[in-house]
Design a protein around this ligand. Structure first.
Ligand SMILES: [Zn+2]
Length: 535
C-alpha cells in the first residue's frame, strides 16, 4: 500500500459535535488507529488525522437549545468528549483538526474562491426536501412515509424524522460537469471505492445522473462565509470534506506546512461509515477534480454497529459510550473485539455476552495464559533466564513456519484494509503455540534430567514458545499496545532488541532473535479472567 514516497496518510471522518461519541464513532477511530500503527511498524512515514466537524444548522440548533453559542457548544464537546475519547481508546493520532480553526477556514475560502473564479460555482435557486439530520437535500423518491407521530409526513430514510421543504437562492457547484470524468476514474481505479458493495452502490448512483450541488445557505450564519458574498455561509459538507486537505496545509498555529502536504497528499485511505459514502466517493473527488488536485487512493466504507438489531444512535437510546465497555474490559480488549469480531465493511452486532465470551476465550485463556505459562516455566526450570536452545525438531520448525505465514497473511490483509483477517492470521500462531505446549508437555520433559539442562529438549521447547510470543508482541502491538508492551517487557526484549514500537513487522516471524540469558519475568496477567461475565 505504501507508494514510492513510503508515506501513508489515513483519515477518519471528522465527527459532528452535536453529540458525544458513542461506540459507532469509536469503531472507526480504532480501525484507523490499528491500521496506522501497523503501517508505522512497517517503518512507513505515517500521518493519522482525525477531528471534529463543527458548523451547520444542526450544531447551531443544539447550541441554541442548550442556551450557548455554537462556538461555546463546540468547544465544550471537543474538550469534554471528543479529545478525551482518543485517550480512552488509546488512539495515537498525529493531528486533530477542528473546522472552526482559522487554519481551516482560510484554506477553505481559498479553495472555493478558485472554483468560483473559474466558473465551477454559480448563483441559482433550489427548492426541495431537506433533512437537517443529514444536512442534505433529499430526492423525493428516497423519502419514506412517516408513521406514529410523523403520520402523513415524509421522513428521512436514515433519521426517521420529517424533512423540511427548503427554497433558497443559493450558490451551486457544477458537479454534473464531472459525471463522466468520475465514471472514467472509477473504471480506471477499481481500488478507489471499497468494499465492492460500496463501489457498486456509488456506480449505480452516479450513472443515474448527477445534479449540481447547492453549496451555500443564507438562512443561518453558523458556517464559513463565502468570500464573494458574505450573506451566505458554505454548505457544511463542502466545508467538512476539505479538512483532509487543509490539515496538511497549515498547522494549528496557522503556519504554512508545505513539507507535510508534499509528503502526505493525497490520502491513502479515507475511512468512512457507509452512510456518508456518497459525500466522500462522489462530491469529494468532483471537488478535487475541479480544483485540479490529486485524488485520494481509497475511500473505504465500513458497516454499522448494531445493538439489538438497530444502528447505534443517541436519539434511539442505543448509544453506548466507549468508556462503559472500556471500564470493564480495558482499551486493548475493546480494540481487539471490534477489530476481530466484525468483518470490516459489513454491519456487525455488539452484545455484552459476546464481548465477555470472546474476552475470556481468546484473551484471558488464549494469548494471556500462554504468556504467563511460558514466563512461569522459564522461572521454575531456568531461574528466570532464557536458556540456550538445542536443535530444532519438526515440531519446533512448524511453529517458526506458522509464524512466518502469519506475518505474510496479516500483511496482505492489512493491504486489503481487512483488520479482522489480519488478526485471524495472527491468531493462527496463538492457537499453534497453545497446541504446541500441550503436545510437547515441557513439565514432563523437565522431570528427565538428561533433557532439562542448557541445550536440552526442555530449553528448546521454552525458547521456541518465547520466540513465538516475541513475534506475537510485534504483530499484536498495533491492536493491543498495552498488553503487547507488557509481554515485550516480560520477555526482556527491549534491552537488546529495542523499543517494541520500532520493531518492523516484516522480520517479526524470524526466529532466533531472543538471546540466551535474557531475563524473563512473570508480571501481572495480560488479561485477568472475568469472574462475573453477566454485567
Ligand atoms: Zn437524515
Amino acid at each position: 500500500m505504501a507508494d514510492a514516497k513510503n508515506s501513508f496518510y489515513l483519515t477518519t471522518p471528522i465527527y459532528y459535535v452535536n453529540d458525544a461519541p458513542h461506540i459507532g464513532h469509536a469503531y472507526t477511530t480504532v480501525a484507523a488507529d490499528m491500521l496506522t500503527r501497523w503501517h508505522r511498524q512497517r517503518q512507513e512515514d505515517v500521518w493519522f488525522l482525525t477531528g471534529t466537524d463543527e458548523h451547520g444548522q444542526k450544531v447551531m440548533r443544539t447550541a441554541e437549545s442548550n442556551g450557548v453559542t455554537p462556538q461555546q457548544w463546540a468547544d465544550k464537546l471537543v474538550d469534554d468528549a471528543w479529545v478525551p475519547v482518543l485517550n480512552t481508546l488509546n488512539a495515537k493520532n498525529d493531528d486533530f483538526i477542528r473546522t472552526t480553526q482559522p487554519r481551516h477556514e482560510s484554506a477553505v475560502q481559498e479553495f472555493i474562491s478558485k472554483l468560483h473564479d473559474q466558473g465551477d460555482i454559480y448563483a441559482g435557486s433550489y427548492e426541495g426536501p431537506y433533512c437537517v439530520g443529514c444536512e442534505e437535500y433529499k430526492q423525493a423518491g428516497e423519502l419514506l412515509d412517516g408513521t406514529g407521530e410523523h403520520e402523513g409526513q415524509k421522513v428521512c430514510p436514515i433519521h426517521g424524522y420529517p424533512v423540511e421543504m427548503l427554497s433558497e437562492q443559493n450558490y451551486f457547484f457544477a458537479m454534473s460537469k464531472y459525471q463522466d470524468r468520475l465514471l472514467a476514474f472509477y473504471e480506471e481505479h477499481p481500488e478507489f471505492i471499497q468494499p465492492a458493495s460500496a463501489r457498486n452502490e456509488v456506480l449505480g448512483f452516479v450513472k443515474q445522473g448527477l445534479q449540481d450541488l447547492s453549496i451555500s445557505r443564507n438562512t443561518f450564519d453558523w458556517g464559513i462565509p463565502l468570500p464573494w458574498d458574505s450573506e451566505h455561509v458554505l454548505y457544511v459538507w463542502f466545508d467538512a470534506l476539505l479538512n483532509y486537505m487543509t490539515a496538511l496545509q497549515k498547522n494549528v498555529d496557522g503556519e504554512d506546512t508545505p513539507e507535510l502536504f508534499e509528503k502526505y497528499w493525497p490520502a491513502n485511505v479515507h475511512l468512512v461509515g457507509k452512510d456518508i459514502l456518497r459525500f466522500h466517493a462522489v462530491i469529494w473527488p468532483a471537488m478535487l477534480m475541479a480544483h485540479g488536485s490529486a485524488l485520494p487512493k481509497t475511500i473505504f466504507a465500513h458497516g454499522w454497529l448494531l445493538v439489538g438489531g438497530e444502528k447505534m444512535s443517541k436519539t434511539k437510546l442505543t448509544g453506548i459510550a466507549p468508556s462503559q465497555i472500556i471500564d470493564v474490559f480495558g482499551s486493548d480488549a475493546f480494540r481487539y473485539y471490534f477489530m476481530r469480531a466484525i468483518q470490516f465493511g459489513q454491519d456487525g452486532s455488539f452484545s455484552w455476552e459476546d464481548m465477555a465470551a470472546q474476552y475470556n476465550a481468546a484473551l484471558a485463556n488464549g494469548w494471556g495464559n500462554l504468556a504467563s505459562r511460558l514466563a512461569a516455566m522459564v522461572g521454575k526450570y531456568f531461574g528466570g533466564a532464557l536458556p540456550q536452545a538445542g536443535e530444532f525438531t519438526e515440531a519446533d520448525q512448524h511453529i517458526a513456519d506458522v509464524a512466518a505465514k502469519a506475518v505474510a497473511d496479516a500483511e496482505a490483509a492489512i493491504d486489503a484494509i481487512s483488520p479482522n483477517h489480519a488478526i485471524d492470521a495472527v491468531w493462527t500462531l496463538v492457537d499453534a503455540l497453545n497446541l504446541y505446549i500441550t503436545e510437547q508437555e515441557p513439565w514432563k520433559v523437565a522431570k528427565d534430567e538428561s533433557q532439562a539442562g542448557q541445550g536440552g529438549r526442555l530449553a528448546t521447547i521454552l525458547v521456541t514458545a518465547a520466540e513465538g510470543l516475541r513475534a506475537l508482541a510485534v504483530l499484536l502491538n498495533p491492536v493491543m499496545p498495552i498488553a503487547a508492551g507488557k509481554l515485550w517487557d516480560s520477555l526482556g526484549a527491549e534491552d537488546y532488541l529495542g523499543a517494541l514500537d520500532a520493531q518492523p513487522v516484516a522480520t517479526a516471524g524470524e526466529f532466533g532473535q531472543l538471546k540466551p540469558g535474557t531475563t524473563v519475568t512473570k508480571g501481572e496477567a495480560l488479561f485477568p479472567r472475568l469472574e462475573d461475565t453477566t454485567n
